[in-house]
Design a protein around this ligand. Structure first.
Ligand code: GTP
Length: 365
């Protein structure tokens, strides 16, 4: 990653990974969102690759939901070139409480801490965010991304010097297209002042409180790649963007291309796998089937003449011949018979079994 700005040596990072990921259920029933396989590796691997590339070494992960999964996978972080520690919360402390709790594991010599939501895929130049924070001598600096439809977000207007003016709730007529991108730089003392031992929302409590106190909050506004992987639709898009090189990462376990096939994945000669699809380990795709912009997890089997579009197929799931799966989530170990149709937001919970022709169904998100 190229950086246009400040050096990150001497800066530590906190990554928040403790959320329940409820919008991604049932995928997150067994695996926390930042550990879901995205383009062949747990999502956190892509984020950590970017943090390491920016020159940050010391990283603390604030864990809560399924905390043990992170520690098992990441260890001490040396495989990522990092000095990493997972710090479980005694109870979910929210985003602000999570930052406060995790940062307590950092040496006080780190006067500047970068904070990352653990579910954001972004191309922001981390060095440039740091440089802006230092140039503004800010108490905290927020990466603000410009989005085409700001009505879906709370927005954050800034003045001509980049100083944050307000934190506004979602509205139909937002005065700006700048939204909180889930990446911040904090002066250490600001983190230490977040109340301890209770849930705190950094977005709803900490930032508005700092603004009321007249503290300097800076916005680093830009419009590089940015995606919050919170929903199934965003998750499949983010995966496809990583595979195709649209989203930046140095953790892709293969070359950039139209698809990514992990070890042991097999496709029939007459099948096609496209638009950034990932086939996990030992996946089988049968004759005449098309898999488009989707994530097929380890050990899943797709029969003949199946069409899978923008969907997630969970580990070991089986999809029968002639079935259509579109904008859907199929949980772990689900078996779907032949000639079924799943469309628009259908989610099948792990272990379900659907007989041949047994499902012609649309869901709602
Ligand atoms: P949803 O339940 O689908 O909203 O997802 P989520 O639980 O991940 O919540 P959200 O997307 O709002 O969280 C933003 C970031 O903060 C994610 O990286 C979460 O893992 C993290 N997060 C949310 N709540 C907590 C918490 O209580 N503790 C910690 N350590 N992290 C949290």
């Amino acid at each position: 990653m190229t950086s246009t700005g400040g050096t990150a040596e001497g800066t530590a990072a906190v990554v928040l990974v403790g959320g329940q990921g409820s919008r991604l259920r049932p995928l997150t029933s067994s695996t926390p969102k930042p550990m879901l396989p995205t383009a062949g590796v747990p999502f956190i691997g892509h984020l950590l690759s970017r943090i390491a590339a920016a020159g940050i070494r010391r990283v603390v992960l604030g864990t809560s939901y399924r905390a043990e999964v992170f520690a098992d996978y990441l260890g001490d972080g040396s495989a990522f070139g990092l000095d990493l520690e997972c710090v479980p919360e005694p109870e979910p402390l929210g985003t602000g409480g999570g930052i406060r709790h995790a940062a307590a594991a950092l040496d006080p010599a780190f006067e500047e801490v970068m904070v990352f939501n653990g579910d954001i895929l972004s191309g922001v130049d981390l060095g440039a965010v740091l440089a802006e924070h230092r140039a503004a001598d800010a108490d905290a600096t927020l990466h603000l991304v410009r989005v085409p439809d700001p009505t879906a977000f709370g927005c954050v207007p800034t003045d001509a010097s980049g100083r944050v003016e307000a934190f506004l709730e979602k509205t139909l007529n937002p005065p700006t297209d700048q939204v909180n991108a889930g990446c911040y730089v904090f002066r250490r003392a600001v983190i230490d002042a977040i109340p301890e031992g209770r849930p705190v929302s950094v977005e709803r409590e900490t930032f508005p409180g700092l603004l009321r106190e007249g503290r300097r909050l800076q916005g680093h506004v830009e419009s590089s790649y940015w995606l919050d992987l919170g929903t199934p639709a965003a998750f499949v898009r983010g995966c496809a963007d990583l595979v195709q090189g649209i989203a930046p990462t140095s953790a892709l376990p293969g070359p950039i291309g139209t698809s990514l096939l992990l070890d042991g994945a097999k496709t029939a000669a007459t099948a096609s796998v496209s638009d950034g699809t990932t086939l996990g380990r030992d996946v089988v795709v049968g004759d005449g089937s098309r898999v488009i912009g989707s994530v097929v997890m380890d050990g899943a089997r797709i029969g003949d003449n199946v069409v899978v579009t923008r969907s997630v197929i969970g580990p070991r799931a089986v999809i029968g011949d002639e079935t259509v799966v579109s904008d859907a989530v199929v949980g772990d170990d689900v078996t779907i018979g032949a000639n079924c149709e799943l469309r628009e937001g259908v989610r099948l919970w792990p272990g379900l079994s659907i007989p041949d022709g047994g499902l012609r169904f649309s869901g709602s998100g």
